[in-house]
Design a protein around this ligand. Structure first.
Ligand SMILES: [Zn+2]
Ligand SMILES: [Zn+2]
Length: 176
């Protein structure tokens, strides 16, 4: 049996199990590696899963800034896509875009009710890998989908004021 994924070799079953199994490493029962070796394998597996989950090419447009560390960007997306976290943020901050003040319900009616996106404001460079504390009030902004995409185009996607400045200056100058 594989200690990590629970793969058990039972006649007739193992093929199905293997098909649904993404990654496994086999150790012989009478020659188990050291715990250090096992730990390194687990880390490698986790890295593999992480890459698998976050290499979604639909996000590639957000990755233009080469200065960003891939891992930290992954963490940013993971924080924003953490549904229980973003639910809390939305509940706390409401459903009006903090940059352009648009409310989906005003534009789209019923289907726009309680729709908004949570953007994690902490500079990506400050995100540590591992455990971290979140401050729902100050670490997040609620943004409409347009403003959310635009803030990710800024050199510093944590700079909500910069985005607001752009909006005011473009609106008052009538630029397009
Ligand atoms: Zn907006
Ligand atoms: Zn974001």
């Amino acid at each position: 049996m594989c200690w990590l994924c629970g793969w058990v070799q039972l006649a007739g079953i193992e093929k199905h199990y293997q098909a649904g199994n993404i990654i496994a490493k086999y150790y012989s029962a009478d020659n188990l590696p050291s715990s250090k070796h096992l730990g390194a394998d687990v880390l490698q597996f986790l890295e593999f899963y992480e890459n698998l989950t976050y290499s979604d090419s639909s996000f590639s447009d957000h990755f233009n800034n080469e200065a960003f560390e891939t891992k930290q960007i992954r963490l940013h997306w993971r924080i924003e896509r953490n549904s229980s976290l973003s639910k809390k943020v939305k509940k706390l901050k409401g459903y009006k875009c903090e940059a352009c003040e648009m409310k989906f319900v005003d534009k789209y009616g019923e289907i726009g009710k309680q729709f908004i996106e949570a953007h994690h404001l902490k500079p990506i460079s400050e995100l540590g890998i591992g455990k971290f504390k979140v401050d729902l009030e100050n670490d997040f902004a609620v943004l409409c989908s347009n403003c959310h995409s635009m803030i990710h185009k800024l050199a510093d996607p944590s700079d909500l004021n910069e985005l607001k400045k752009i909006l005011t200056s473009v609106n008052s100058n009538g630029l397009n």
